[in-house]
Design a protein around this ligand. Structure first.
Ligand code: F6R
Length: 240
């Protein structure tokens, strides 16, 4: 696991965007694993700028997002599908049919999970997975628990995550309590993983990535078993 500590969020977003750009240069038909949330927004803005400047091309890219609230309609402005369209897909030359977000309207979430993992495998696996991290150490919505789940599945959000995400809703009661998320193995099968974290409130979660323990109480610690992970964080997150 390598760590790149950047001066601030802007620099962190620059570094992350450079890695994605390099990936698309090396393999124009890359399979990208994408995250929502506040953290990757700066990186997405830079990727949009690079695409508009003709520096990177998304025309052959396929993408799979980590997670989606459940149940939620795709056109709800709180859905992760909506977020991705607004923050990236509508502004770059990606074919929207090549973008997949777990279906928050699936009548059978178990079937949705199976078909999601099968689609990732059929596409050849994720080349580059972008992750954020919860302040409780969750990746995707794999929340701290005694057991973690391997494949894409429906899950309950923890109270901590509901509170953290309530900043984006009118009230905490509006925050969905469930999600469909890629599982731990769905994530760990990716060829390369870049985890982004900024701000003091991620310090404790990220600190646990830098020792030599693995624990289901911080799911992100399982990234230590992966041969190709880069953490990009800002000084505030690193120093606490
Ligand atoms: C989002 C996701 C989550 C977030 C995490 C951090 O698709 O899977 O794990 O990455 O909750 O969210 P922010 O970036 O809003 O702090």
């Amino acid at each position: 696991m390598r760590i790149i500590v950047c001066k601030d969020y802007e620099k962190m977003s620059d570094e992350a965007a450079k890695i994605v750009a390099a990936q698309l240069t090396l393999k124009p038909d890359s399979i990208l694993g994408l995250a929502t949330g506040s953290t990757p927004i700066g990186m997405y803005q830079r990727l949009i700028d690079m695409n508009k400047a003709g520096e990177i091309d998304f025309s052959k890219v396929k993408s799979f997002n980590l997670d989606e609230y459940y149940p939620i309609k795709a056109d709800n402005n709180q859905s992760y599908r909506y977020f991705m369209n607004e923050n990236l897909f509508n502004h770059v030359n990606i074919d929207i049919n090549n973008t997949r977000v777990p279906n928050g309207e699936a009548s059978d979430p178990v079937e949705e999970g199976k078909s999601y993992d099968a689609a990732i495998d059929a596409a050849g696996g994720i080349d580059l997975q972008i992750l954020g991290i919860g302040r409780n150490g969750h990746i995707g919505f794999n929340e701290p628990d005694e057991n973690l789940i391997m494949g894409t599945h429906r899950t309950m959000l923890t109270q901590d995550t509901i509170e953290a995400n309530s900043r984006l809703f009118n009230s905490i009661d509006e925050v969905p309590t469930q999600a469909i998320t890629m599982g731990m193995v769905s994530i760990l099968k990716s060829k390369m993983i870049v985890l982004l974290a900024n701000g003091k409130n991620k310090h404790e979660a990220v600190k646990k990535l830098l020792d030599d323990t693995i624990t289901t109480s911080n799911p992100a610690t399982f990234l230590k078993t992966h041969p190709n992970v880069v953490i990009i964080c800002d000084e505030e997150c690193y120093n606490g």
